[in-house]
Design a protein. Structure first.
Ligand code: AMP
Length: 194
């Protein structure tokens, strides 16, 4: 199984690159942000729980997020592998994911971390906010909050995977195909060792 954590700050290009990776490698895409947004749109109980946190740019509580993620994985037992996009976002989520995958008899193969500096992120998110329906991409204060949450709570997850020898930093600035090429090189590197 090929299980990738596609990591990076908001606006780093995780959604764009996930779409290309799932097409090339036939993986199941699990974006916690997308799942929350679909639930908000569908007026579900889960959506109601997540909305106020998302509107403020804060993380949705771990127990809500982790149980949702595990339920999504359980729904696709035939998957060849997963792209985890936007998850894990703190060390506790990373540990929970490892424990859950161990029960399923698999593990994370690689963490591919898209690296983009903050000024570029702010520009990209404000631009995305102009033509997307994402409320959290419109207000500069909410964008900054999300970047701060990333720096304070999420970025340390790199150390967690680094300690397992699974962290790979990728320059997330450049053409979409150029960044994709770097991601594929890293995946090729791991496949050739297996
Ligand atoms: P994203 O689409 O990944 O930028 O996520 C949008 C928002 O959804 C985040 O700002 C959080 O409020 C929430 N969210 C997404 N993934 C997670 C997660 N793994 N843990 C907690 N909250 C999350």
């Amino acid at each position: 199984m090929l299980n990738i954590v596609l990591f990076g700050p908001p606006g780093a290009g995780k959604g764009t690159q996930s779409a290309k990776l799932i097409e090339k490698y036939g993986l199941v895409h699990l974006s916690t942000g997308d799942i929350f947004r679909a639930n908000i749109k569908g007026n579900t109980e889960l959506g109601a729980k997540a909305k106020s946190y998302m509107d403020q740019g804060k993380l949705v509580p771990d127990e809500v997020t982790i149980s949702m993620l595990e339920a999504e994985v359980a729904e696709t037992p035939e998957a060849k592998g997963y792209i985890f996009d936007g998850f894990p976002r703190n060390k506790f989520q990373a540990e929970s994911l490892d424990e859950f995958l161990e029960i399923l008899g698999c593990s994370i193969t690689l963490m591919l971390a898209l690296e983009v500096e903050e000024d570029e992120l702010r520009t990209r998110l404000l631009l995305r906010g102009k033509d997307s329906a994402r409320a959290d991409d419109v207000d500069p204060a909410i964008i900054q909050k999300r970047i701060d949450v990333y720096n304070n709570e999420t970025a340390p997850v790199k150390d967690y995977y680094s300690a397992q020898g699974k962290y790979r930093g990728i320059n997330g600035v450049g053409s979409i195909d150029g960044v994709f090429g770097q991601l594929c090189e890293e995946i090729k590197g791991i496949s050739s060792k297996e």
